[in-house]
Design a protein around this ligand. Structure first.
Ligand SMILES: [Zn+2]
Length: 492
């Protein structure tokens, strides 16, 4: 390393890279990490990281920000409040949704969301293209153009009346994504089964929030994951299964990956740390915990952790979907709603990393600390950056963006409703955890220090993406698609 002064040196911390965990200094020049090593030269600014862990800033690839929900309700956060809370929780990049609803033009939708983010976001961000109106304009023109412009992931819902795509529309979207280089992310639940159960429960008077968990049978997730994998295999288009909640869902993914289908999958903190019993609260209190798919059982938690360990799930995202416990959010249908009328979703941007850090690092035996620190970075930052084509994000490496979270691993925190978003409650209130990201840096500049935000709204950047390895098809054609085996029909 040439001599001279760095802009920033983080000195004497435990640095977590994809290659290992080491006591080292980390130096930043401009916006990039330029050196990791011992006894690095001076920095114009220095941070003492003795007894601290130096980790990549989190990458949260599934969050709903300033978005109209599948149920038609505007969520509680602006880009400013959501990304501010992300920063306080150690996350420096988000992928949120440019959410098309019926009758909306996708190109306009993307322009509108990008303008909101440009005004408010304090951290770097990218968009999934959420397609709910797959008409000819969208499929033949807007979707290909937007993918090629750098929005390299597409989101579809297999359920919810307002946004659901039918099977043949899903096939169209898979094919367009294959032809233009995007990953397809799927909310996989069987619409008919949810509808049938929800109506039956309400008709019989089972209307309390806890019945939400009953109204989304495990079978709905299992069936829809099966179906979308069958389609993904048929079109040979890589797919990301969002928010896997059941052991059997993870099993279906494991089997598909085992036979070489290119499937990625994530789960979320509420499936790892909560169960359906968390919805069983007095009155309407359980509305706080309503999200879809719902929380399941302790044995599912174990299966999901195991699936992460095995690599069948690669990512822990927040699925941040904030609705206030008032008439603007959870109770927009009135003060005595049945569970079907309560907005689905919980805040998660700020708590994702501290909850996972506590479970994986703070509660691990000392001899597993390094291994688990690496898993923590992988599942919450490195893997999402790799899968979603954010090559400068998610890892501490020479040349990467200096997006860094410095953790105090021994700080005890009892969670309260005081978060930095605009939801007004914390679904994990009352839980005691250990470890907190005390200093957070984006591209070399301080985002959070000593509990203070140092960023201005709008300083986060929109990241446009290339088509990376995760978007590439395997080349294995289904027999009916392969002209060598389908009497010569050319279908792709
Ligand atoms: Zn979601």
């Amino acid at each position: 390393m040439a001599s001279g002064e760095f802009d920033l040196v983080i000195r004497g911390g435990t640095v977590v890279t994809s290659a290992g965990v080491m006591e080292a200094d980390l130096a930043v020049s401009g916006e990039a990490i330029v050196a990791i090593g011992h006894k690095l030269g001076p920095g114009r600014r220095e941070i003492d990281a003795t007894d601290r862990y130096v980790l990549p800033g989190g990458v949260d690839p599934h969050c709903h920000i300033e978005q109209l929900s599948g149920g038609g309700i505007m969520n509680a956060d602006t880009f400013e409040t959501a990304t501010r809370s992300a920063a306080f929780g150690g996350t420096t990049s988000v992928i949120s949704f440019a959410a098309q609803h019926r009758e909306m033009n996708l190109a306009t939708v993307v322009k509108d969301y990008a303008a909101l983010a440009a005004k408010g976001a304090v951290i770097d961000h990218a968009f999934h293209l959420m397609v709910a109106n797959p008409d000819r304009q969208t499929i033949e023109h807007d979707l290909p153009a937007l993918i090629r412009a750098g929005h390299r992931s597409v989101k579809v819902f297999m359920t919810y009346d307002r946004v659901q795509v039918q099977d043949e529309q899903l096939l169209d979207i898979l094919l367009v994504s294959r032809q233009n280089g995007a990953l397809v992310c799927v909310h996989a639940e069987n619409h008919g089964l949810l509808k049938w159960m929800g109506e039956r429960l309400v008709a019989r008077g089972y209307t309390a929030p806890k019945y939400h968990a009953v109204s989304h049978p495990r079978a709905a997730e299992i069936e829809a994951i099966h179906r979308v994998i069958a389609f993904a295999e048929f079109i040979d288009q890589p797919v990301m299964i969002f928010h896997v909640s059941t052991a059997e869902g993870a099993d279906v993914i494991r089997q598909a990956r085992g036979r070489g289908v290119k499937i990625f999958a994530e789960t979320c903190p509420h499936y790892l740390f909560q169960t359906m019993d968390d919805l069983d609260l007095p009155g309407l209190e359980g509305a706080r915990m309503i999200c879809s798919p719902p929380q399941r059982t302790a044995s599912d938690q174990g299966a999901l952790w195991q699936a992460l360990e095995l690599g069948d799930l690669q990512v822990i995202s927040s699925d941040h979907a904030p609705y206030r416990m008032d008439e603007t959010g959870k109770f927009s249908a009135g003060s005595r709603p049945n569970f079907k009328q309560i907005a689905n979703g919980m805040p998660g941007l700020e708590m994702r990393l501290p909850l996972v850090f506590d479970a994986l690092v703070s509660r691990a035996p000392a001899e597993r600390r390094d291994e688990n620190l690496m898993k923590f970075a992988e599942w919450t930052a490195t893997a999402p950056a790799r899968i979603y084509d954010l090559p400068k994000k998610g890892a501490l490496a020479i040349g990467a963006d200096a997006d860094i979270a410095i953790w105090d691993p021994s700080r005890p925190v009892t969670l309260t409703d005081e978060l930095h978003d605009n939801t007004g409650y914390n679904p994990f209130r009352g839980r005691s955890i250990t470890g907190w990201p005390e200093t957070v840096i984006q591209r070399g500049a301080l985002l959070v220090e000593n509990g203070q935000l140092h960023a201005k709204p709008g300083q986060g950047r929109l990241v446009l993406r290339e088509a990376g390895p995760a978007t590439q098809p395997t080349g294995r054609l289904a027999p009916e698609i392969d002209p060598a085996r389908n009497f010569g029909a050319k279908l792709l």
